[in-house]
Design a protein around this ligand. Sequence first.
Ligand SMILES: CCCCCCCCCCCCCC(=O)SCCNC(=O)CCNC(=O)[C@H](O)C(C)(C)COP(=O)(O)OP(=O)(O)OC[C@H]1O[C@@H](n2cnc3c(N)ncnc32)[C@H](O)[C@@H]1OP(=O)(O)O
Ligand SMILES: Cc1cc2nc3c(=O)[nH]c(=O)nc-3n(C[C@H](O)[C@H](O)[C@H](O)COP(=O)(O)OP(=O)(O)OC[C@H]3O[C@@H](n4cnc5c(N)ncnc54)[C@H](O)[C@@H]3O)c2cc1C
Length: 647
Amino acid sequence: MEGVDHLAFERNKAQFDVDEMKIVWAGSREDFELSDRISRLVASDPVFRKDDRAALGRKELFKNTLRKAAHAWKRVIELRLSGEFSALEPEAYKLRAFVDQPAFTDLHWGMFVPAIQGQGTDEQQQKWLPLAYRMQIIGCYAQTELGHGSNVQGLETTATFDPKTDEFVIHSPTLTSSKWWPGGLGKVSTHAVVYARLIIDGQDYGVHGFIVQLRSLDDHLPLPGITIGDIGMKFGNAAYNTMDNGVLTFDHVRIPRNQMLMRVSQVTREGKYVHSNVPRQLVYGTMVYVRQKIVADASVALSRAVCIATRYSAVRRQFGSHNGGLETQVIDYKTQQSRLFPLLASAYAFRFVGEWLLWLYTDVTERLKAKDFSTLPEAHACTAGLKSLTTTATADGIEECRKLCGGHGYLCSSGLPELFAVYVPACTYEGDNIVLLLQVARHLVKTVSQLSTGNKPVGTTAYMARLEQLLQYHSDVKKAEDWLKPNVVLEAFEARAARMCVACAQNLSKFSNPEEGFQELAADLVEAAVAHCQLIVVSNVYALSLLHKHLGDFISTGCIDPKQGSLANEQLRNLYSQVRPNAVALVDAYNYTDHYLGSILGRYDGNVYPKLYEEAWKDPLNDSIVPDGFKEYIQPLLKQQLRNARL
Ligand SMILES: CCCCCCCCCCCCCC(=O)SCCNC(=O)CCNC(=O)[C@H](O)C(C)(C)COP(=O)(O)OP(=O)(O)OC[C@H]1O[C@@H](n2cnc3c(N)ncnc32)[C@H](O)[C@@H]1OP(=O)(O)O
Ligand SMILES: Cc1cc2nc3c(=O)[nH]c(=O)nc-3n(C[C@H](O)[C@H](O)[C@H](O)COP(=O)(O)OP(=O)(O)OC[C@H]3O[C@@H](n4cnc5c(N)ncnc54)[C@H](O)[C@@H]3O)c2cc1C
């Protein structure tokens, strides 16, 4: 059966042009061609092999990561994938993505460089960025400490200005002030953007970013006063253990004054603290940037899992054979469809919401350059909320895809366990998802409370301007097809979100201390924030499956009645039947190579069983027929049983 396309029959059923859809998924023909070229280039390069990863120990795994990162960089330069050797170009970014192995480079390009770009002055950028672009220095983002991650204002590391020497003294005063978690810190980074409390003349000015050199550029040893190491093994075997998340302490380490990132505020030679006219929240700007990237990445991770589960569901057959005929493909079971197809739709929905968020982010960046800070709160709320929504749904979705693949989904060769393990920390890093939803809730409550002062809500909260109408709303759906009209769905989601926000605002107003009220009502506030974020993502199939999942909200807020709820469910079943013949083609449109997918169950040719069988024999346990340890531990047992039996 080698080379036979077991899924050809499925592909022939498609009712749309897959090649056109590939371009839609990629964003443009140009993007498609680029992704296609780079993914094939990575797949055909033996250094980027990854099928042996699960069996590697931590040290080998880490060295393998260093080798891949160095090779990727070499390829970037050789192939002139980027101008000025800057790996921020789309080609180089794609190359790193298709290598598919988390590495220190993610933090260097994804956080260290953006932190300097966003928070450094022009001079600081001119000094540090060329070095970073050429990787003559390697940086990480050292914010989180052993004692504080979510509560950034609670960080304890200090940066005390010494006017005599014109330096800052960076110090870790307590055990809990040890930097803890930064990726790339443990073994690789030569530099870090370190977040520390600025102290001048005994006064605490809060948390600021500082560029600190950590290791010698000659022998890579930590500089005097600096202690660094790796924080140890993390969840999953290979997964995120390719990354050297690190621990770092400072013992009175001195850096020149001009290494404080000074775009937002400055310290003068005389030790005067000067705040420029940009909001202090810009210190949090790197997080906004990365959260937007994480939303874009969610569709990639979810689509990989969905691609594996869809192809395998079409190959796998259980029950239903009549007169010796073929059994039923598991993809034809309605329960399988109701679990899988909403995830397929979510992957597409997240792809488009990621594009929209990139637009929003680009817009806010342009405005910031022109000193217009008005859309910053909206950008913060959207990136925080959508990061939370999409990463939660993606992590849950990958696990659901594993279950959809039955027992074989639990094998590492399915690709799903590693995908889950590597993805799930996205729910925590770059802001714990609940903490981020509470930020959205604050934004929503503020928006509702400002309505009475005549403040017109803008952006994603613009629907609140029609609050009176939304509070009166009751869906006029009469038949299942009515749920196909985008406006009907959208209004129901708007009314639900508006009512949940208003209910929270009303309950909050009963507390004399608003902060106490916020703590007490936090669970409801999180639900209201989720409703608002779902509204942003809403689109056809996805919207209806969400409506079905959260039917309780829609009925209890009086937006729809139970009859309309069951009509939505009926329509959903109709839509699943329409998706069914197109399912395999819809996942083919992602255009993932087998190398990138890293899954026997998700192979393009569907040749699952022979390959699974073949793969099993490659396991190191099968190197010998009789296992190591037989003589010491199994044979004595067997002999003992024999003796007992004789007794
Ligand atoms: C190569 C490329 C790869 C790319 C992928 C990279 C891979 C990544 C790999 C993984 C890498 C993982 C790497 C990592 O994990 S890096 C570490 C990430 N850490 C976090 O995300 C910490 C989460 N905590 C926080 O962000 C803050 O402490 C929060 C926000 C919770 C509280 O904050 P705070 O204690 O200050 O209190 P406040 O709530 O009164 O807020 C005060 C005001 O500030 C506004 N505000 C708050 N936040 C923002 C913001 N961001 N932009 C603009 N504005 C913001 C807020 O609305 C409020 O405004 P107003 O109401 O006063 O007007
Ligand atoms: C794989 C990985 C990579 C990372 N990389 C980096 C990095 O490169 N650089 C860096 O600086 N950091 C990094 N981090 C740290 C990361 O950003 C933090 O772990 C994250 O922000 C969560 O903070 P925390 O660990 O303090 O969680 P905690 O805040 O301690 O969360 C514990 C629990 O408390 C709850 N909670 C906390 N506050 C509230 C509240 N106000 N209301 C209600 N519930 C609350 C949370 O929901 C959670 O359930 C990384 C973390 C991981 C896991």
